[in-house]
Design a protein around this ligand. Structure first.
Ligand code: UDX
Length: 435
């Protein structure tokens, strides 16, 4: 049994089991351990299985590559309640229901076992999207720290759902279309810039119930830690802080940004450095739509043809499942040959290494929050094409508020001419940006 008078502070950290949440959680675990915490990091077996397939060298420990630095991190996995072969992205509601009931029971059991062994756990750090952390923290007498991996603006819009509802901006068929100008610390947000879940009129889905419950649960948190930058969202953070103990702690990156990374990628990373090394500074457009979003085949074809028209060199992360249909290669016939001398197309890469490379001069992005933080850190301007959830709200921050990027398109559907024109605008430094 550990002597509680000498035991270091012990945090148990539970990320939401999706790529865009696991990465900032792993980085937070490393940060806490480097400040002297003992950390128990809990992954789902599914995420672990995918990571281990992508990085066979890590075996049973995703922190294997950073162990040498003496970090006190125990890595463990529990089942999310679904078989490994179950398609979680296609059956999202079932996946979320399983996280709600079965995964939470497994986390509860795990904590019970650790506590029974005599080890004190001082706090539970869990993703804000979980609906159960305050109950488990309460049961075991731990502090509950809620970890929010998206911007403060997105947090505050979810936090004030009741206000949005009361004012007719959410949850009604004929919802108001004028600007939302009554959220504390937020000047104004157009309804089209709110998260996709807030733009839906049917609010009875599993995801809506989870959002409602999670944002009730977060009211019981002892702290909310947000992976955002204080200076970028000061007014929103200050207003939130008056209601909840909300702290901006970002950007949370791996030490050295591209070095000392734990194995976080769920897909094998292609090495792009040699290709980038041959390109002039600032000449390459990096294109990626993150780990989760899909585009239609029509959109993909316009984007591809626009890239071809632009004559710009580009590095495109084309996830095999980016188009949710069974086509073997969603790119237009002959496209790969046409752009072969100035393009590299890979299924996944080390994005931090690509963004930090001097050859990278722009980023066509779906506006995932991690991508925005990483690109901003590297001074790479953004060409924004939001697809779902918080990405519409993140776009507003980048383009309208911070002037660090431009829109790929102001109309739907997008056309190849728009894509080509805006790629050239961005790459010639006419993004109107401050980067
Ligand atoms: C999801 C949501 O889509 C996003 O809007 C939300 O803010 C977080 O959860 P995701 O779509 O994966 O995230 O996008 P993003 O937030 O940008 O995270 C992707 C992460 O994967 C980044 O850290 C990025 O560096 C990494 N990545 C991406 C790679 O390492 N390699 C790649 O090839 C692509």
């Amino acid at each position: 049994m550990a002597d509680s008078s000498t035991q270091k502070l012990h945090a148990i950290l539970v990320p939401y089991p999706l790529q865009g949440h696991v990465i900032p959680s792993v980085n937070l675990a490393i940060k806490l351990a480097s400040k002297g915490f003992t950390v128990t990091f809990v992954n789902t077996q599914f995420v672990h299985h995918q990571t281990a397939k992508a990085h066979p060298e890590i075996g049973s420990d995703i922190f294997a590559t950073v162990r040498g630095s003496g970090l006190d991190i125990t890595y463990t996995t529990v089942s999310d309640g679904l078989p490994l072969g179950f398609d979680r992205s296609l059956n999202h509601d079932q996946f979320m229901a399983s996280l709600l009931h079965i995964f939470s029971a497994h986390v509860d059991e795990l904590i019970g076992r650790i506590v029974e062994s005599g080890e004190k756990i001082h706090c539970l750090i869990a993703d804000t999207f979980f609906v159960w952390p305050s109950k488990i923290a309460n049961k075991f007498g731990m502090l509950y720290v809620s970890y929010w991996t998206e911007p403060a603006l997105v947090f505050t819009l979810y936090y004030h759902l009741d206000l949005l509802k009361k004012n007719g901006h959410f949850g009604k068929k004929d919802r108001r279309e004028d600007a939302i100008n009554y959220i504390p610390g937020v000047a104004a947000v157009e309804p089209k810039d709110t998260m996709s879940y807030l733009q839906e009129t049917d609010t009875t889905s599993v995801v809506h119930q989870i959002i409602f419950t999670a944002f009730q649960d977060v009211k019981n948190a002892d702290f909310v830690l947000c992976n955002t930058v204080q200076e970028l969202e000061l007014d929103t953070i200050t207003a939130l802080h008056a209601k909840v103990p909300f702290y901006a702690i970002g950007p949370i990156f791996p030490p050295g940004f591209t070095k000392s990374r734990a194995a976080t990628s769920l897909w094998p990373e292609s090495d792009c450095t040699q290709w980038l090394d041959k390109k002039p500074p600032g000449s390459v457009l990096y294109v990626s739509f993150g780990s989760y979003a899909h585009v239609t085949r029509t959109e993909l074809i316009e984007i591809a043809q626009g890239l071809a028209l632009s004559k710009v060199s580009f590095l495109w992360v084309l996830r095999p499942d980016i188009v949710s249909s069974d086509v073997v290669d969603p790119l237009p016939f002959g496209f790969r040959e046409e752009v072969n001398d100035r393009a590299m197309i890979v299924p996944w890469c080390c994005q931090n290494a690509v963004l930090a490379h001097p050859a990278t001069g722009g980023f066509l992005t779906h506006c995932g929050w991690n991508s925005i933080l990483e690109s901003t850190w590297c001074g790479v301007p953004l060409l924004c094409y939001p697809l779902l959830t918080d990405q519409f709200t993140n776009r507003k921050l980048v383009v309208d508020d911070w002037k660090m990027g431009i829109n790929l398109s102001n109309t739907t559907p997008i056309s190849k001419e728009q894509v080509s024109d805006n790629v050239n605008r961005l790459m010639s430094g006419q993004s109107g940006g401050s980067l």
